[in-house]
Design a protein around this ligand. Structure first.
Ligand code: GTP
Ligand code: MG
Length: 448
C-alpha cells in the first residue's frame, strides 16, 4: 500500500535539538495518534481500545512539609518555577513540564493537557488545587519528564481541602517514579507520609524511592546516621514496608555559598530518572510491537469470521428459498388443480396443446386423487390445516431470511487488508529501525 505513510515528526532542525529517546517516544506517539493512519484509530475501527504511549515519564515527588520537594524540582529544571520556603508552600498538585512557551495553567486547562489524569475530578475539591507550570527549560532530561509536586504532608490539626491521602496514592499509581523525601528536621516521621507510603508500597513498591533530603542540614555525620536510622526503623515498623532492603541516599541542593562535607547523591537521582526514561523507551517500542500484533490478529479473526458468516448466510438463504417456494407452490398447485379439472380434456388440449395438457393433468391428478381420498366432512378441516401449513412455510422462509449475519463489503475487506499491510510493512519496519537506532545510540554512548 503505497498511499499510507506515517507522518514523521522529526524535521532536520528538530532532530538536531531533541535527544534520541525524545525522538523515539515522539515518533511512536505519532504512530498511535496520526489522524489518518493512527494505530488508535485503526484499532478503534476493529473494536479494540489502544492507549497512545506517553511522550514523557511522570515523576511524583511526595513527602513531609518543607522536605525540599519544590526546591528539588527547581534545581532539576534550573528555573525558579515552584515557590519554596519554610511555610507550607505547596498546597495542591502542580504538574511541571517542558514546552515551547512559559505558561501557568489552572485546574481545567491542566486536565485538558493531561486527559489521562481526568479521574482526579473524583477527588472532591482537588480541581481547585490543581495547576500546571510549563517551562522552556531543556536542562538535564527535563524535556522527557513531567514532575508532579505534591502538597507538603503534616500530622495534627491541618485540614486539607480534599482527600490528600487518596489523591496522592492515585497519582502515585499513575506515575513512573515516586520519590519520597524525608528531611532530617522535625517532621521526618510524619505519620501521614508513612501511611501513604505504606498504601503505595502495596501496588507500586518497585517505583518507590526514598531520599534523605536537605542532608546538609542534618548536622554532623553521626547526627545524620541517627536520623536515618530513626526513619528506617519507623518505616520497617510498618508491616507492609519491612519486606524490602531499604536504600536511602542522602541528597541536598548544592549551595556554593554554603559548602557541606556531607556526601551528596543528588546526581544519582538524575541517573534514576534517566534510567526510567530508557526503560520507558524500550517499553514503548515493545508495546508498539505487541499492539501491531494485536491489530493484525484482530484483522485476521475479523476476516475469518466474515468467511464463516458468508457460508452461514448461504445455507440460511437456501432454507429461506426452499420454504418460500414450498409455501407459494403448494397452494398454487392446489388451486390450479381444481381449475384445470373444470376444463374438458379436449378444450384444454385445444387451448394449450396436447403435450402440455398431458403434463398438467398428470400433475393435478395426484392432488385430485388425494382430495377424493379425504372423507367429505373432513375436507374443510384439511383445507384449513393445509393453509396453516403453507402459512407456516412462508413464516419459516421469512424467519430464515432474517437470520443472516452482517458481512463485510468489498470496500471494508480491502481496507482491512490495507491496514494489515500498513501495520506489517510500514509500522513494524519503522519500529525495527527505531529499535536498531536506539541500540546504536546506547552503544555509542557507552563506548565513549
Ligand atoms: N539547606 C538546605 N535547604 C533546603 C534544601 N532544599 C530546600 N531547602 C529549603 O527548605 C525550605 C523548604 O523547601 P521547599 O522546597 O519549599 O520544600 P517543600 O517540600 O516543597 O515544602 P512544602 O511545599 O511546604 O511541602 C526552603 O526554605 C528551601 O530553601 C537543601 O537541600 N538544603
Ligand atoms: Mg513545595
Amino acid at each position: 500500500m503505497s498511499g499510507r505513510k506515517p507522518r514523521s515528526v522529526a524535521n532536520p532542525l528538530e532532530s538536531a535539538i531533541t535527544t534520541p529517546s525524545e525522538r523515539i517516544l515522539k515518533e511512536c506517539h505519532s504512530l498511535y495518534v496520526d489522524s489518518d493512519n493512527g494505530l488508535v484509530k485503526i484499532a478503534n475501527s476493529l473494536g479494540v481500545r489502544l492507549l497512545p504511549p506517553r511522550k514523557k515519564i511522570v515523576v511524583m515527588i511526595m513527602g513531609n512539609h518543607s522536605a525540599g520537594k519544590s526546591s528539588f524540582i527547581n534545581w532539576y529544571v534550573e528555573e525558579h518555577i515552584q515557590k519554596t520556603g519554610v511555610a507550607i508552600e505547596t498546597q495542591g498538585f502542580t504538574f511541571i513540564t517542558s514546552g515551547r512557551k512559559r505558561e501557568s495553567l489552572t485546574g481545567n486547562a491542566t486536565l485538558h493537557l493531561y486527559p489521562h489524569f481526568r479521574p482526579l475530578l473524583e477527588f472532591k475539591g482537588a480541581l481547585d488545587y490543581l495547576s500546571a507550570e510549563i517551562s522552556t527549560s531543556k536542562q538535564k532530561k527535563f524535556s522527557l519528564v513531567t514532575f508532579i509536586d505534591t502538597p507538603g504532608l503534616v500530622d495534627g490539626d491541618m485540614i486539607y481541602p480534599f482527600d490528600v491521602n487518596s489523591a496522592i496514592t492515585w497519582l502515585g499509581q499513575q506515575s513512573d517514579l515516586i520519590f519520597v523525601f524525608f528531611d532530617p528536621m522535625g517532621q521526618a516521621l510524619c505519620k501521614r507520609t508513612l501511611n501513604i507510603v505504606e498504601r503505595l508500597s502495596d501496588t507500586c513498591g518497585d517505583k518507590l524511592l526514598f531520599y534523605l533530603s536537605k542532608a546538609d542540614e542534618a548536622g554532623k555525620e553521626t547526627d545524620r546516621q541517627r536520623v536515618m536510622m530513626q526513619i528506617v526503623q519507623e518505616l520497617c515498623r510498618r508491616p507492609g514496608l519491612n519486606k524490602c532492603g531499604f536504600e536511602m541516599p542522602t541528597i541536598y541542593i548544592p549551595n556554593p555559598q554554603k559548602p557541606s562535607r556531607c556526601v551528596n547523591q543528588i546526581d544519582g537521582v538524575c541517573q534514576t530518572i534517566e534510567k526510567a526514561i530508557n526503560q520507558a523507551v524500550q517499553k514503548t517500542l515493545n508495546q508498539l510491537e505487541k499492539d501491531c500484533d494485536l491489530i493484525s490478529a484482530s484483522i485476521s479473526s475479523r476476516l475469518e469470521k466474515d468467511k464463516s458468516d458468508v457460508s452461514y448466510n448461504k445455507s440460511v438463504r437456501l432454507y429461506s428459498l426452499l420454504y418460500g417456494a414450498m409455501g407459494i407452490f403448494l397452494p398454487l398447485l392446489f388451486i390450479f388443480s381444481f381449475i384445470v379439472n373444470t376444463f374438458v380434456k379436449e378444450h384444454l388440449e385445444e387451448l394449450i396443446g396436447e403435450g402440455l395438457a398431458k403434463i398438467l393433468s398428470n400433475l393435478t391428478v395426484i392432488v385430485l386423487y388425494l382430495w377424493e381420498w379425504i372423507p367429505e366432512d373432513g375436507q374443510v378441516v384439511v383445507v384449513i390445516l393445509f393453509m396453516a401449513s403453507c402459512y407456516l412455510l412462508l413464516f419459516l422462509a421469512k424467519h430464515f431470511s432474517r437470520q443472516r449475519n452482517k458481512t463485510l463489503s468489498k470496500k471494508e475487506k480491502r481496507s482491512l487488508a490495507e491496514y494489515n499491510e500498513y501495520i506489517q510493512d510500514i509500522v513494524k519496519t519503522k519500529k525495527g529501525k527505531l529499535y536498531e537506532w536506539y541500540l546504536q545510540q546506547c552503544a555509542a554512548e557507552y563506548d565513549l
